[in-house]
Design a binder for this molecule. Sequence first.
Ligand code: ADP
Ligand code: DP6
Length: 325
Amino acid sequence: MEKVKSYANIAIIKYWGKKDKQKMIPATSSISLTLKDLYTETEIEFIDDAEIKKEVEKNGEKFSGVRDLFFLNSELQDKIHTEKISKVVDLFRTQENEKNKKVKIKTTNNMPTAAGLSSSSSGLSAIIKACNKLFKKNLSQEQLAQISKYGSGSSARSFFGPVAAWDKDSGEIYKVKTDLKLAMIVLVLSKSKKDVSSRDGMERCVKTSTYFEEWVEQSEIDFENMKKYLQDNDFEKVGKLTEENALRMHRTTETSNPPFSYFLPQTYKAMEFVKNLRDKDSEKCYFTMDAGPNVKVLCLEEDLERLAGIFSKKYEIIMSRTVEL
Ligand code: ADP
Ligand code: DP6
């Protein structure tokens, strides 16, 4: 049995939209922080058909036809969810003698799953790491990141940290240089599973948003500027652009047909709270949101404890430093 741990990442320049689904070419380049305290732990081992049969008989029709066993947060996943993961494992079942190998995966997230807290990035990158070990492929971080994007685009950035980038033009996934010590505080406003997954959400935006073309154009400028601000260690500019880019991403949902939003009323309140802390109390903090209602606050590591103290009076929080990978 092999055991691995992988970290979630939160984007400060968002990947939102696919230019080519098959080749996994994103519509936008992205930059993210890899977070030490948001992670997935995954175990993987080879199993035989008899063990799969036994589990299916125990659990019922919904599980019939699964090719592997996939336990997410201790719960056996049904055929649809398991098949998604089996396809990821297939990326490692490439040799003739590997084709029929079945696996059992047990994986646990330390954050709410599918609530916009990026469980897919740590979850999928963990499976890729685990398969690399189990199938003894010995691939480099760069190679694993390139495979991981087929499981979930954002997971590819989890192989690098503290800051990672994914370039839409070169296809490269790499570590970004900065001397800034960044950190994040997640304001857990809702733990519910989102209605529209990031995959479906971005697809609707690509197909129908009247703002999508503009989003892609502006995002190209944002990506270049963010790399520069990180290199210049200019936190104020990094923070401001983080907010602007996130708001632009969410504008693509509002301009889709039918329009939709990942925000809840408390999302707006939290954004305002962050802005007020900045404007009235001169705190250095900036917000970003992904495909869910929860707000993540970008700050400097030196301010993390103090800001966490302020936010925890009002919200359930998860605070995290970044991880060096
Ligand atoms: P999130 O905001 O949490 O990333 P998504 O809807 O984008 O939400 O992704 C959630 C999906 O990611 C889950 O339904 C599941 O398919 C996958 N996922 C989450 N955690 C894991 C894990 N530990 N191992 C494998 N896949 C996972
Ligand atoms: C809003 O990586 O979950 O978190 O590639 O379809 O699996 P798929 O999508 P996913 O999308 C992440 C979108 C985002 C922004 C980001 O992480 O850059």
